[in-house]
Every structure is written in C-alpha cells, then in structure tokens.
Design a protein around this ligand. Sequence first.
Ligand SMILES: [Zn+2]
Length: 612
Amino acid sequence: MKTSKFYISTLREAPSEAVIASHKLMLRAGITRKLGNGLYTYLPLGVRSLYKLENIIREEWNGTAEALEFKPTVIVPGDIWKESGRWETMGPQMLKAKNRGEQDMVVSPTAEEAFTAIVRDGLDSYKQLPVNLYQINTKYRDEIRPRYGVMRGREFIMADGYTMNADDESLDESYKLYEKAYFRIFKRLGLKIIPVRADSGAMGGSGSEEFMVESPIGDDTLIICPNEKCGYAANVEKAECAADESVNKNGEKPAKTDLAYEMVETPNVFSIEDMEKFFDESPKMFIKALIYRVINSSLDMTGATGADKWKRVSDPAGDYYPVSYACVLIRADLDVNEAKLAATLKASEVVLAEDEEVKEWAGAGHGFVGPMTSKCPLIVDWSVIKNNEAQMHDAIAGSGKDGYHVKHVEPLRDFVPYINADVRTAKEGDKCACCGSTFYTRKGNELGHIFKLGHKYTKSMHVTFLGQNGKPTEPTMGCYGIGVDRTLASIIETNCDDKGIIWPMSVAPFQVCIVPINYKGTMKEVADKIYDELTKAGIEVLLDDRNERPGVKFADMELIGIPLRITVGDKNLPNVEFKPRSAAEAELVPAENAAQKAIEYVKAELAKLSAE
Ligand SMILES: [Zn+2]
C-alpha cells in the first residue's frame, strides 16, 4: 500500500478530553475518530489492527476452544429479555426502543438471551450437546459517563462465546478449553495478563476467572501474590489474606484474662492514635467498633438485636430491609472492606453511620462504640474471633458510654458474634493465605471473563433436553467474553512512547514502512524495488510516497507505530537505514539485502508472539 492511496489522518495534538495514552494516540494516529459521546469510528488504519485482533480471537476460539462462530442480530426482541427476567434488572444501561409494530426491542448489551433462545428451539436430545457458539459483534451499553475513548465507550465490540452443556462435567471441559484459548490469545497479542480467579457463588455459578491487565487507570485494585507457583491474585473486593496474630506492644501474644472487664475513664481519647498514647499499647490490642447503615439487606435478621425496629419489605424476589444497622468489630490496625461487608450482609450497599445514627445504635458517640452495648447485630471479623476461637485476648474496646473505654475484654466471654466473617481489607504487605508470601497491589483493567452460568438462563427460559435416562433435563451454561476495543486500547497503553505507538507485530496495521527521503530518481527506484520484494513475500508494507518533508513522514510513521522502518536517502545509498520502531538507533544495511532482512525481522517478531 502507498500512502497516496491510503487514508492517513494524523493529528499533532490530541483533543483535551483525551487523558490516557491509548485514547490520545488512537485519535492522534488516526485509528479512531469520535462521532458522539462514547461513540467511536474506526478509520482504515484502525480497522486493519482491529481485524487482526479479531482474527487472533477467531483462530483460537475455532481451534483451541473448539467453538463455532454464529452471528446473532444486534437488535433483539424485548420478549426474550422479559423471559429471562433481565428486562427489568438490566436498568438504564440497556437501550430499548419500540419498532413500528409497537414491539419492544433491545440494542444487545450482551447475548445470553439470544443464544439460549436460539439453541432452545432446536434442542431435543443429549446427543446434540454440548453446543459451543461465539460471535464477534457490536454491543451497546448506555454508560452514564463514557470515558477513556474505546476503553469505556457506549458502543463496543465484544467477542462472546456461550456453551450449553448436558452436565457439570461437560461444562468443566468447555470452561477449560476456553481458559486455555484465553492464555494463547493474550500471549499472541503480547499482553501480560493477570488471571484472577473468583468464586462467583452469588451469581449461581461455580466458577469464574477474570483476565486483567495492569493499568494505572484500571477500574479494579488487584491483590497479587508474587510467588509464581502460587499465582494467587484477587480483586481487593474479594481478596483474602492470612491471619496475623494479635500481639502487644512488646510483640508478645496476650494471654487470656480472668479479670472481668472494667470501665476506664478516658477523657479526650477519640481516635486509635489517642488510645495508643493513653493506654501505651499497640492497636493490635484494641477492638475497633463501627456502626454501619446497611441498605437493602436480604438477610433474615428476625430475633437479632434491634431487628424489631427495622421495616421488612416483602418482595417476590425475596424479602429485605431497606435500612438496617450493624456494628462491625475488627482489630484496630485493620480496615473494614465494605464490599465484603455488603456481601456478608446480602446488602446492596453499606455506609458508615452518621453521628446521630451512631448515638442511636451504640448509645455513645463515634470512638466509644462498644461490643457489649451495641443495639444492633455484631458482625465480628476473623481478626477478633475465628472458628469459634478468640483471636484477641485481654483487649481494650469502647464502652458504649462517652468518655470511657473498657479493658480486660475477652471475645466470646463478653460478647458473641451475630455473624462471624472475613470483612477485612487485604492490602499491600499482607501475607498470602495460600503460601505466606507478601502481597503487592496493582490497578487492573478487565479484558476478558470466563464464567460458569449454571442453570440461570436455562431455568428462566425453560430449556430442556431428553437426557440419557429418557427424562427431560435442564442443560447448564457457560459464557466467555473478551472486550475487543478495550483489548486493542490496552495493547497501545502498554506499547507506546513519547513519539507514538509501538505495535506488536501480530496486530500492527502494517508490518514494515518504507520512507524515501524524496520519492524520485534513484531513491524512488530503490524504494519501489524493496516494496515489490516485500509485497511478493506477503509482508504488509506501507510506502510513504507523499511529497512531504522527511521530518513529517518520520513523525507520522513513528506515531502510527509501524514496527519496522526502512529509510531510503541519497546520503546513505547504496545503503538504507533499517530501524525497528522499538530500537533507539538505526542500522545501515545494503539496499539489496534490506528486503530479506526485513522478512526475517517480521518472522522473528511473530515467532516471539507465538502461543506454541
Ligand atoms: Zn501465594
């Protein structure tokens, strides 16, 4: 391809709304252009990389995952969403419209319903299972605040696979095939991926794994074990860590006390720091008590302290308390993880209570909340009690009376949990529960997710097949997604410098560019000859035949990020400059060898990204 026949549209400056590298570079290099808020058009240069990325996914899903491509419509009938129950629960992110026949329609945000409906209609016997289909298709989610370009756009491309399996064993097999395909895909894209396994019990499945990439603008915080053999990595919202013992200021394990707990007047002692000074003790000897307002808890707390005061609303999906309260007890040097706490309480949200609420439910102000005097249920972290054993002894806690603390507190003797659970925030420096190594943390972006859906959709949408025993049986399902645009943006995010993009060979829009200083005379002849040789060898070449200053051409090719540049100038002939985009310096090679050397370079770079 020659630039005169191609659509090169580079910008010197990125629009000010672009704040991350990939968004800036995609706009500057002419990969995408904004059409509306959260809506991006791929320009011809971007399409080349996008299709290469899609084809890598296709090859691995067709091959490794043993899947077949299908092509559902983007607009789907609202009826199938009503069947699954998600018509209501997807909320405003689902774009709905009525067609001229007044039928409800949906711009697909995801395709579980479409897959289930399509497979259901032809499914009779176990012999037809498993069904393993995928699509690479346009999706739409009406994000409130689209940002970071295609990283979080409204319209996006998703590769999503779905399997329908006869039983859990078959689902396990499908899941493992996809898992293997994911590792191969990201290897071929040159992305260093962090697999995060998470138990997704709440979603009715029995397994899920997220494929994350490190990113300073990531939506998720990851807790990572550095021990490669262990490989533990988890979202901070779920991460667990090893328990460390409560020790006093001398580093000794405290002994159980027989002394009854005792009030101590503590004027002007409000914070943990104040307590450290006043008691001359380590915070690992203090029990921190916090009152939380709990929103929409579906836990049945009948009989729990204070529960008679809360309104319980009946609902077909399960009764719940719109507002309730909980007193959380945790060792004072640790933090409460609100996501874990909300999950423990089956709540949509937990919020630290305001001063007046603390007074009402603790009888004292913040800082003096006590385990023995709480007027709402005690949620006790494993740092205080675990497996019915006290993890702290002879502790100091709030008294439930302003201006007083209590000492000689014995957990289990002086108070018992309403719920005993892990609600602590794991953080950098904590120890891995699996292997004991010290955690570090990183921000991460989710690029892919594999997920055992179980019977969620086959049940709600009434899918059955005749099993081997001749009885109607409900199949089980798995789903497997990759955010295509997001992955492309992540590749740029991790492969760029101050001059532009540095494409990995596997997804570069062109593999080699040839820049003649002036496209005329001998320079033209030499450039054309190298171009012909490379094209014949199947290499994707862009020849910059524009009548521009060399500086402009170099800057564009560097911005666009073509992995190898061959520069043809009078000054160096009969040699030409050979410069990989990632190399600091150019190398002079004889023009007659340049094509062969470039072919070898492209092959070697592709081999490095091979999944084999
Ligand atoms: Zn570990």
